[in-house]
Design a protein around this ligand. Structure first.
Ligand code: LRH
Ligand code: MN
Length: 413
């Protein structure tokens, strides 16, 4: 795309925005300020139980993961932080990792604990972790989370994300109320072990890997537990963790209403927890979610800066870096479109029962092509006009393969 074409499409859009009463300069500063953390585990090929197909040039250690996120930051200017997962990302040399990250302009967002796998710890998590009927296993899981907090403190993180696979596969297998009580008591110990300026992000998920019940299956259960922990415990919304046709934008509005929204794991899905590229399946839903976020913050329901923005995706067929470039772009576009909503006109339609008018207000914003705006924000921040084109033109994947090797194909099942 020529610079001239970009300038002409931007000036045309700016005229349109002025008609809508929107300042291009203000929108560009809002879009530029909106940074999304990238998960350390989404830089390689993910895979399913049926197999994993390596892409080659995948990061072999934490240093190389930081380099990949540094590249994304440089090209897109839409990410400035990484979310680590322990024990997958235990730093061998914390000081060196901190220096590497800061040299790449990357900070450490929420840390993720892992009590859904066995990785050589003394007691297995097969039958659960914080909800396990065995007190020693619960204690082990609590201690793991406290260790994750210590690692996070040494890196400058200010949050702990807890997602539990805990649940059951058959009726009668679990005692629902005891499991909930053990989980809540365990989380109280973890919450108590967090520094005063940290937040606990409690992630819910309706099913998988357990397929009959999950101890924390939905926003309601997560909210109930957070209320018992304290006001620095809030609910993490992973977009893929909802049963089909769930109204996620309403959940977001409800959590903001209660000042209980911790943040997001952005991705998209057609059926289950598919962890597909954000905005690739349901871009209108993503737009509606941002409409609730902007409205909730504008009305003072919850402070915008108290919310964490993270991607959580898994790449089975796409190049992970290309996928993340597309996801960062889709999130920025959804946010930019939602900023165009005439909130005064929308509120008037809502209060006067003008349903048609309300839809027209939303769709005028959603159907506005904001690509020139998001591109201009990136250019003004020193990023690439077209990161994907640059990534391919510079043959970055080929260079990574030459540098890091083809990485082994791992068979699944
Ligand atoms: C669970 C989840 C959680 C992570 C894991 C990698 O499905 O969304 O956020 O720990 O994916
Ligand atoms: Mn998640």
């Amino acid at each position: 795309m020529s610079t001239d074409f970009h300038q002409r499409s931007l000036s045309l859009l700016s005229e349109q925005l002025a008609e809508m009463g929107k300042s291009t300069a203000e929108l560009i500063s809002q879009i530029s300020a909106f940074q999304i953390a990238v998960p350390s585990w989404a830089l390689g090929a993910g895979g399913t139980r049926f197999g994993r197909f390596s892409i080659g040039g995948e990061p072999r250690n934490l240093e190389e993961k930081l380099e990949d996120i540094g590249l994304l930051a440089k090209l897109t200017k839409r990410t400035d932080a990484v979310s680590l997962h322990i024990p997958w990302d235990i730093p061998k040399d914390t000081q060196a990792i901190k220096e590497k990250a800061s040299s790449l302009g990357i900070s450490f967002d929420a840390m993720n604990s892992n009590t859904f796998q066995d990785y050589g710890q003394a007691l297995t998590y097969k039958m659960g972790s914080l909800s396990n009927a065995d007190a020693a296993t619960r204690k082990q899981a609590v201690e793991h989370n406290l260790q994750v907090i210590e690692i996070g403190k040494s890196l400058g993180s200010k949050g702990l994300t807890v997602w539990l696979a805990d649940g059951s596969n058959f009726p009668g297998q679990a005692h629902f109320r005891k499991a909930l009580e053990w989980t809540t008591d365990s989380l109280k110990e973890i919450y108590g072990g967090m520094p005063g300026d940290w937040k606990l992000l409690l992630e819910y998920k309706p099913y998988e890997p357990n397929f009959y019940h999950t101890v924390i299956p939905d926003w309601g259960t997560s909210s109930l537990i957070c209320r018992q922990l304290g006001d620095r415990a809030k609910v993490l919304v992973d977009l893929g963790h909802h049963l089909p046709n769930t109204n996620i934008e309403q959940i977001v509005a409800t959590l903001m209403h209660q000042n209980l929204l911790a943040g997001f794991h952005f991705n998209d899905s057609k059926y289950g927890d598919d962890d597909l590229s954000t905005g690739s399946i349901k871009p209108y839903q993503l737009f509606l979610i941002f409409c609730e976020l902007i409205g909730g913050a504008a009305d003072g329901a919850q402070n915008w800066n108290s919310i964490s923005w993270m991607i959580d995706a898994s790449h089975n067929t796409k190049d992970p870096l290309e996928d993340l470039i597309q996801a960062l772009e889709a999130i920025s576009q959804a946010y930019a479109k939602a900023l165009l909503v005439d909130r005064e006109k929308l509120t008037h339609c809502q209060l006067s029962g003008d349903t048609v008018g309300a839809q027209a207000v939303l769709q005028e914003a959603f159907l506005t092509d904001v690509r020139a705006l998001v591109r201009e924000a990136r250019i003004q921040s020193g990023g690439e006009p077209n990161p994907l084109a640059f990534y391919r033109r510079e043959k970055i994947r080929e260079k990574l393969i030459a540098q890091r090797g083809k990485n082994a194909q791992a068979s699944g099942l």
